[in-house]
Design a protein around this ligand. Structure first.
Ligand SMILES: O=C(CO)[C@@H](O)[C@H](O)COP(=O)(O)O
Ligand SMILES: [Co+2]
Length: 216
């Protein structure tokens, strides 16, 4: 199980230092939540923050776009050396084209769905993607409670992946702590995003607690 700390819950007054702390603590990715106040009822941060953080760490940037017009940002994010671009299936009528644009820009394509969105919405594009991010909270805020009904969706996706010999990562995002990461790993998730749990205390210590919970 790989871990992607979400900087949404970092101390923004010490953002660079917090990023270095999670990198030193053994994080596998840096999860960056971009919110526009339209697709989700919250604003977070944008490209200047990504550009400022890029020289701070070699961790791959996993950019989770919670915006109504994700296609407008693909080229800009690719030019800012973001490795993974995650787009919500709910934001576009042209999901296949959007994922192709991400790949053509040289990035890994990640499709994201809300807790209430069915896997059937993304089934046809599964051969195209590098990762599938299943939201385990309703997107927009850190510190929310994990929604256990999504575990069945993780299991179903893991089965589809195995049956078709697909190679995408299965990522979960929201409400991850030592108890819920264990449930997600057992259901077949391969990457866990964690924000408030990691940054509520010493990030290296918190990362170790998450890893220990999944036997790493
Ligand atoms: O995308 C989101 C929220 O919309 C997440 O990435 C959060 O940042 C996760 O925070 P916690 O639930 O772990 O506090
Ligand atoms: Co996120």
């Amino acid at each position: 199980m790989k871990i992607a700390p979400s900087i949404l819950s970092a101390n923004f007054a010490e953002l660079g230092k917090d990023v270095q702390r999670v990198a030193a603590g053994g994080a596998d990715y840096l999860h960056i939540d971009i919110m526009d106040g339209h697709f989700v009822p919250n604003l977070s941060f944008g490209l200047p923050i990504i550009k400022a953080l890029r020289p701070v760490t070699d961790l791959p940037f996993d950019c989770h776009l919670m915006v109504t017009n994700p296609a407008d940002y693909v080229q800009l994010l690719a030019a800012s050396q973001v490795q993974i671009i995650g787009v919500h299936a709910e934001t576009t009528a042209h999901l296949c084209r959007l994922l192709q644009q991400i790949k053509a820009a040289g990035c890994q394509a990640e499709v994201v769905i809300n807790p209430a969105t069915s896997l059937t919405v993304i089934e046809e594009v599964l051969p195209l993607v590098d990762s599938v991010l299943l939201m385990t909270v309703n997107p927009g805020f850190g510190g929310q409670k994990f929604l256990p009904f999504v575990l069945k969706k993780v299991q179903r996706l893991a089965r589809i992946k195995q049956q078709n010999n697909y190679h995408f990562e299965i990522e979960v995002d929201g409400g991850i702590d030592p108890a819920t990461i264990k449930l997600c790993a057992a259901a077949g998730a391969t990457i866990a995003v964690a924000g408030s749990f990691i940054f509520q205390n010493d990030p290296a210590k918190q990362l170790a607690l998450l890893k220990a919970a999944v036997g790493e």
